[in-house]
Design a protein around this ligand. Structure first.
Ligand code: HEC
Length: 84
């Protein structure tokens, strides 16, 4: 019982960490070839939790998230991004 709970918790954690972090990989899978590194959306080369500044593309995604009142950023919104 206990082990099963732990495994379930670990699975949930790893899924949400994956949905959050590898934006680079997600972007490539969606065909956004211009996204090559963390710096495609962040000013920092290696952004950390609570210490990250979004660049123009990152700000666009955050604005979309706020406008849509979405729970998570959806990289498909980048289809509407007109910057470079
Ligand atoms: C396609 C754009 C994009 C790429 C590429 C990207 N990020 Fe992000 N990242 C975001 C956005 C947008 C947020 C804000 C998410 C939110 O608030 O919902 C974010 C948030 C974060 C946060 C949380 C920041 C905080 O203040 O708590 C970390 C840490 C982070 N990213 C790390 C990375 C790392 C490391 C990479 C490279 C391996 C990376 N990101 C690549 C768009 C991106």
């Amino acid at each position: 019982m206990r082990t099963a709970t732990l495994i379930a918790a670990a699975m949930i954690l790893s899924v949400s960490a994956q949905a959050k972090l590898p934006f680079v990989k997600q972007a490539k899978e969606l065909g956004f070839t211009e996204i090559t590194s963390c710096k495609s959306c962040h000013v920092d080369a290696m952004p950390k939790k609570g210490a990250s500044t979004a660049n123009e593309r990152g700000k666009f995604l955050l604005k979309m998230k706020a406008d849509k009142k979405a729970a998570e950023v959806d990289l498909n919104w980048l289809k509407e991004y007109k910057g470079k």
